[in-house]
Design a protein around this ligand. Structure first.
Ligand SMILES: NC(=O)c1ccc[n+]([C@@H]2O[C@H](COP(=O)([O-])OP(=O)(O)OC[C@H]3O[C@@H](n4cnc5c(N)ncnc54)[C@H](O)[C@@H]3O)[C@@H](O)[C@H]2O)c1
Length: 427
């Protein structure tokens, strides 16, 4: 699997290089919104040598964005990875502003304002009116359709999605989303800018959740089913971490934010009701309604205390167990292997659908998206490599064993054909 990853990575680099031929130079960038994401994007751009304007409508937003950037840069200086002079250079490369004054010189704008389609459409149309004709506009939305946002624009060909992951400086993936009207130049310029920021871009087509979240939510769907059968979430976390995930699903939910997960789940349910519709109240609803939003407010599936170094430390909270009792529909005994299959089959099956639907061009790109975007266990190579390793026919048979769990577990007709004819995703 690791050799496969290396080869996939080479493929990805080759592909990104092809975009270089038509990409336009980005000498000056801008980010709209100086929040968690905007601040991270400004830091990443500036520290990799592309000056960036950082616009917000609130002074305290700007102060927070700048504070985040100086904290990250200061951390690099403290570790000896950056000189103080370079730090000063990077900080001056972030130009905070509350107006569109200098936007006429900008080559690319990354929009990272609040996740609201109406606000985003207004902000995008506004900025389109002040940038030069050929400037690229890119939205960092995680759930809103790029085609929908494009409707607010006069030049939708210059618009794409540029989906960073949180925390921006740590997460290697950037999904570049090609809308129906996005031009090749817009895609290529965004790919090139992502690379210049030290990120690995994967180009995907527009659909709810794009590639990474579309695949991640079915995995959480499996988690939800396990909780409905009364399985202990701490045990599930342990099993999935042993399988190779950097953190189990309950902990991941807390780190990402239960509210973010709750919203994303609803978007996905609307986008793919045949298999992602929400059946009854789930654990995420229970946590959300009890205002247990995860690490951000100190309580989610776990409770959080501060350790000696000031970092959040998770502890078991009996209250969470109490709350979860209300969503148990039936007590079932499951094996550790069941736990893995409950969650991995939907994730893998949705990756297959993304490839079949042309959301992503190749199996290599799909797998790399998951490795870089959600920390899929590298030694397992990615969802499609994992199916190959299990064996396509064996995987289909395994999925059929869990058929009673619903449509997320149903193999596609094409996967059945592959199983019957002995085909694989790789080689
Ligand atoms: N936080 C995440 O984990 C994450 C991950 C990937 C993508 N995203 C997406 O990134 C975007 C921003 O998310 P965030 O978590 O950084 O939000 P946030 O609330 O931390 O920051 C949003 C910022 O936008 C500012 N803002 C609002 N209207 C504005 C306007 N008209 N012009 C300029 N600034 C404006 C706000 O003042 C605020 O500072 C959202 O679309 C979100 O879905 C977030």
């Amino acid at each position: 699997s690791l050799i496969g990853l290396f080869l996939n990575d080479q493929d990805l680099k080759k592909k990104a290089k092809q975009y270089d031929e038509i990409a336009k130079d980005v000498k000056l960038a801008a980010v709209l919104g100086a929040g968690i994401m905007g601040g991270g994007i400004a830091y990443q751009s500036a520290s990799k040598g592309t000056p960036i304007l950082m616009k917000d409508i609130r002074e305290e937003g700007i102060q927070m964005g700048l504070a985040e950037a100086s904290k990250l840069l200061g951390g690099r200086v403290a570790k000896g990875r950056m000189t103080p002079a370079k730090m000063a250079e990077a900080l001056t490369a972030i130009r905070p502003t509350m107006s569109y004054g200098d936007f006429g010189a900008v080559d690319i704008v990354v929009e990272a304002v609040v996740e609201n389609p109406k606000v985003k459409q207004i902000v995008l149309a506004e900025v389109e009116g002040v940038v030069k004709e050929d400037a690229i506009l890119a939205s960092n939305t995680s759930t809103i359709s790029i085609n929908l946002l494009a409707k607010a624009l006069k030049r939708p060909e210059n618009f794409v999605g540029m989906h960073f992951f949180n925390p921006v400086h740590m997460m290697p993936l950037v999904e570049v989303i090609r809308g129906e009207k996005s031009s090749d130049v817009a895609v290529a310029t965004t790919v090139a800018y992502a690379k210049k920021m030290g990120k690995t871009p994967v180009v995907v087509n527009d659909c709810p959740g794009f590639l990474v979240n579309r695949v991640l939510f079915p995995y959480f769907g499996g988690f939800s089913k396990l909780l409905g059968f009364g399985v202990d979430f701490v045990r599930i976390d342990k099993v999935m971490e042993k399988f190779g995930w950097p953190m189990g699903p309950a902990y991941l939910s807390d780190v990402v934010g239960v509210d973010t997960g709750h919203h994303g789940r609803d978007v996905m349910a609307e986008g793919f009701p045949d298999r992602m519709a929400v059946e009854g109240r789930t654990a995420v609803d229970v946590m959300y309604e009890a205002n247990r939003l995860g690490q951000k407010n100190g309580k989610g599936f776990y409770a959080y205390e501060t350790d000696k170094r000031g970092k959040p430390k998770k502890v078991i909270d009996p209250q969470a167990y109490e709350l979860l009792k209300s969503i148990v529909t039936e007590q079932r005994e499951v094996t550790d292997e069941d736990i893995i299959n409950f969650m991995m089959i939907p994730l893998c099956m949705e990756t297959v659908r993304c490839l079949e639907d042309g959301i992503v061009d190749t199996a290599a790109e799909a797998d790399m998206g998951l490795i870089y975007g959600i920390g899929f266990p590298p030694f397992r190579g990615g969802a499609l490599r994992y199916i190959d390793t299990v064996g396509v026919a064996e995987f289909v048979a395994l999925a059929d064993k869990y058929a009673e769990l619903g449509a997320l577990y149903t193999p596609t007709a094409k996967l059945r054909e592959m199983a019957a004819s002995g085909q694989k995703f790789f080689g």
